[in-house]
Design a protein around this ligand. Structure first.
Ligand SMILES: C[S@@+](CC[C@H](N)C(=O)[O-])C[C@H]1O[C@@H](n2cnc3c(N)ncnc32)[C@H](O)[C@@H]1O
Length: 339
């Protein structure tokens, strides 16, 4: 469930089936109804009687008619922030915490990337929930709700059920729900920051915070899981709020670059080794491309990665012909052609 589902339910209960707005930022959004709900939850608008601007049905389809209500400002609101948030409290909407305790240990370029990713995470949070659900700790950057430390936030809210997203986490994330998901405000561009998320975990333990640490895996491996903060937040929210499975959520946010990294790891397992006059070749079947529908790759990525790895791509029939005319060398584990 996203915030818009609570909003739509409340509108329907009030007999409102069409809604309008003239707020440009809402109209520019890909998901107008969710953005209306975000504006209300953020205290920037209410639902008011009458029509203003562009009208939509509650599925977000534009309609050519006067709407029954509009999102904007008015004196006698039909639905306010307080009412929407009271209703949302009965549903599951977790906090996303970005812990920036290591901000100062990044170089300038990484700091800029970190800020960009935090602002993109706010964009992700708005797709599902509203601004107060994004907490940024140890860095007052003007995005999300600032707390001096993650421990302080958790203690103040009395949160008990916490998951630290850590590539070296003890458990595998399979959609476990928690009141709060912590993501490390870490950008890996320069130097070796391996294990820094676990260090954040150690700091939390010292502050008396108990949590579960979980790693996100794609078919048993961390390679192919995007590691930008916004993509991690989107994977979590797609799984725990939309009910998607982890693999499809990863695929939705996986860039082709990240998908190619995983392809590089998978392809060697599929090659057929053939020695031609003692020169070793590794061959991949053209049809093997079809085995990677779980990665965000296009056919050209498949050919490019094969070529980078020095593999030859052959039609399945051509490879069968070659294999038929070759001898199998058990000791070397490869086919051999001597002529
Ligand atoms: C760029 S990663 C930094 C990882 C860091 N180098 C480390 O080894 O701990 C930024 C954050 O994304 C989250 N993250 C990235 N990949 C993850 C994965 N496969 N599983 C769980 N969390 C992940 C973690 O919260 C991490 O702190």
């Amino acid at each position: 469930m996203r915030l818009k589902d609570v909003f739509v339910r409340m509108l329907s209960e009030r007999g409102i089936e069409t809604i309008s707005t003239n707020i440009e930022r809402i109209l520019e959004s890909d998901d107008v109804i969710q953005m209306m709900a975000v504006w209300i939850a953020n205290g920037k608008a209410n639902v008011c009687r009458g029509h203003k601007g562009v009208a939509f049905d509650l599925n977000g389809n534009r309609i050519d008619a006067q709407a029954q209500a509009f999102v904007g400002s008015c004196e006698d609101a039909m639905l306010t922030r307080e009412e929407l948030l009271r209703e949302a409290e009965n549903e599951f909407f977790p906090y996303i915490v970005i812990d920036c305790s290591f901000y100062d240990r990044h170089i300038e370029k990484e700091k800029r990337k970190l800020l960009l990713q935090i602002s993109q995470t706010l964009g992700v949070v708005r797709k599902f929930m509203w601004d107060e659900k994004l907490i940024v700790t140890a860095l007052d950057c003007g995005i999300g709700v600032y707390y001096p430390s993650t421990a302080e936030f958790i203690k103040e809210k009395g949160i008990k059920d916490i998951i630290l997203l850590d590539p070296f986490g003890e458990e595998v994330f399979e959609g476990q729900k928690a009141e709060c998901y912590i993501i490390g405000g870490i950008v890996d561009k320069v130097g070796n920051k391996t294990g820094w998320t676990s260090k954040l975990g150690n700091m939390l333990k010292k502050d008396g915070i108990e949590f579960r640490s979980m790693r996100i895996l794609l078919r048993g491996d961390i390679i192919g899981v995007p590691d930008r903060l916004n993509t991690i937040a989107e994977i979590i929210l797609r799984v725990v709020l939309d009910g998607e499975d982890v693999e499809s959520a990863i695929r939705r946010v996986q860039s082709r670059l990240v998908a190619r990294w995983r392809l590089r790891k998978e392809l060697p397992k599929l090659t057929v080794r053939i020695d031609v006059k003692e020169r070793p070749f590794r061959v991949v079947r053209k049809s093997d491309f079809g085995k990677f529908d779980w990665l965000n790759i296009k056919r050209e990525d498949f050919y490019e990665v094969c070529s980078e790895l020095g593999y030859i791509v052959l039609d399945d029939e051509a490879l069968e012909e070659i294999v038929k005319s070759a001898e199998w060398d058990e000791r070397k584990g490869r086919f051999v052609i001597d002529v």
